[in-house]
Design a protein around this ligand. Structure first.
Ligand code: NCD
Length: 318
């Protein structure tokens, strides 16, 4: 197929939303959309990563992100290697940079990395010759999640993000998904709100270009999309909420709270979900209001699009 839709995509890595220009984002979303079609995903004509090696290096747990990259890489014809950090030399005390140097000597073309420290992938990118893709760094960024969320929104609401009002709700403080999504959705022209208890909204949120709300009723009013986030207990030292029951009462999404959003509003969640904590099962499982399964589907397509663009940039196909 033709190279990146006429626009020269020249980025070597995918580390953060802030590194991309608007045309970069449009190219990536167009490629993601191209791969949404399952027959295109599985077509032998699209094995553009044949002969390339993709290494998945996950220092934190993951189900959907790692599998999604694995499937995306394989569908594009890459050799995919999953490094199990639990069984690797990292457990014997090897540093991140030594692991990187070892991997680099094996010449992977794509290195998909999830790490608990913000900025770990940016450091790695300076040390390896292949493309580094950030699959989540600490509380900093998760750019491929934001791109797949934008693709999901575009699939449902169409290409004009300009008129959309979105609420991102819950544990914003510990969320790399929120940080990447706010940047991307702002760039695309959406009106973005953050909703959560004061303890879970970062103190600098007033500089993020969003409106902040501390109750769901006001925050959800007139919203087209309600994006729920998990309480990231593994990143909390001490308790940020009095109890999960109380949290659900005030901030958990149920029918009554969703009724404050616009008629026809859709619900998203990056997963993994804690049912009965931030979202009621009756909402999460209702295909009339939930886009959660679509997010997982869009995830594979979007990651194929990202790998495609990076691979073309490597090969100088612009
Ligand atoms: C998110 C993550 O890891 O940041 N999950 C994901 O990638 N699907 C959100 C979370 O863990 O709550």
């Amino acid at each position: 197929m033709a190279s990146s839709y006429g626009y020269p995509f020249e980025q070597q890595h995918c580390l953060s939303i802030s590194q991309f220009s608007r045309p970069d984002i449009e190219t990536l979303l167009a490629l993601g959309e191209y791969y949404l079609d399952l027959s295109v995903q599985k077509s032998p004509d699209n094995r553009i990563l044949t002969g390339k090696t993709l290494v998945n290096l996950f220092f934190e747990n993951s189900t959907r992100t790692q599998k999604s990259f694995e499937i995306a890489g394989r569908r594009l014809g890459a050799d995919v290697i999953n490094m199990e950090v639990a069984n690797s030399s990292v457990k014997k005390g090897e540093t991140l940079l030594d692991t990187a140097a070892t991997l680099n000597a094996m010449n992977p073309d794509m290195l998909v990395v999830r790490h608990g420290s913000s900025g770990a992938q940016a450091l790695l990118a300076q040390k390896v010759s292949g493309s580094v893709i950030n699959a989540g760094d600490g509380m900093h960024e998760h750019p491929t999640q934001a791109l797949l969320d934008a693709l999901t929104i575009r699939r449902h609401f169409g290409k004009d993000f300009g008129g959309l009002r979105l609420a991102i709700c819950g544990d914003i403080t510990h969320s790399r998904v929120a940080r990447s999504n706010v940047q991307l959705l702002n760039m695309l022209g959406c009106e973005v709100r953050l909703v959560g208890p004061p303890t879970l909204i970062p103190s600098d949120a007033d500089r993020w270009g969003v409106e902040v709300y501390h109750n769901m009723e006001d925050g959800l009013e007139g919203c087209d999309v309600v994006m729920m986030l998990r309480l990231q207990l593994e990143r909390m030292s001490g308790a940020f909420v009095p109890s999960k029951r109380e949290y659900f009462h005030f901030y958990g999404l149920d029918r009554a709270k969703l009724a404050y959003a616009k008629p026809g509003a859709m619900v998203m969640h990056p997963g993994p979900m804690n049912r009965g904590v931030e979202i009621a099962s009756s909402i999460a499982d209702d295909p009339d209001v939930s886009l959660i399964t679509h997010q997982v589907e869009s995830g594979v397509a979007m990651r194929m699009g990202i790998l495609h663009a990076l691979s073309e940039a490597q090969d100088g196909v612009a």
